[in-house]
Design a binder for this molecule. Sequence first.
Ligand SMILES: *Cc1c(COP(=O)(O)O)cnc(C)c1O
Length: 235
Amino acid sequence: MTENEIKDNFYKIREEIHVAEAKAGRAAGSVRLCAVSKFHPVEDVYAAMQAGQTLFGENRVQEASAKFSGIRESGKECTLHIIGALQLNKVKKAAEIASCIESADREELLAELEKHCARLGKNIEIYFELHTGEDSKSGYPDEASLLESAQHCAEGRYPHIVPAGLMTMAPFTSDEKEIRKSFATLRSLQQKLRSEFPSLRLDTLSMGMSGDYRIAIEEGSTEVRIGTALFGARA
Ligand SMILES: *Cc1c(COP(=O)(O)O)cnc(C)c1O
């Protein structure tokens, strides 16, 4: 994609997000865009930044680090979220470069993250990822295991971790009902968690990708993670 194509895509997506917000009776600006730049070169990130985008999502820590260290050094404002399954041996680097791990999906990951953030003297946000779609393997496998981690956070076990939201990936299907069900599940879990653990912020619902973000916004998403519709197909 050329720089101008990416910019055009960006303005189009922003507009569609606004339309979806209005259609769902939601306040303008209530949905944040996370630009998923995985597999795309740093030039594409700069193109989106020139159009005004500041929040980026990457799947792999190594790739993210290589891509975003230069951007950081240039002093430009940009925020990085890790959105893909995270191996324990990548947590140290992830803690250094990201402000949020959207794919928090197990207790030992939280423990490792706490250890490194304590060393860095840095607080990091996490979203608890819930597995709701059959074809993806990522996320807490069920609500019970996720609730247990949330409880540990509420009890103060991980003082450098700020649980800021929930994330899911809907199943890859054309069945809109299935997609809606996945998003609705995440939303009702958010309500449950917030009433059970009022000390946790958990105000972000990260759900919706290129193919389903309009549905996600109708179902209450506050952050959509969009790659293909912005940067084009991945190699
Ligand atoms: C790749 C990816 C996205 C973006 O998907 P698109 O369909 O390209 O918009 C969003 N969320 C996660 C977790 C991803 O891995």
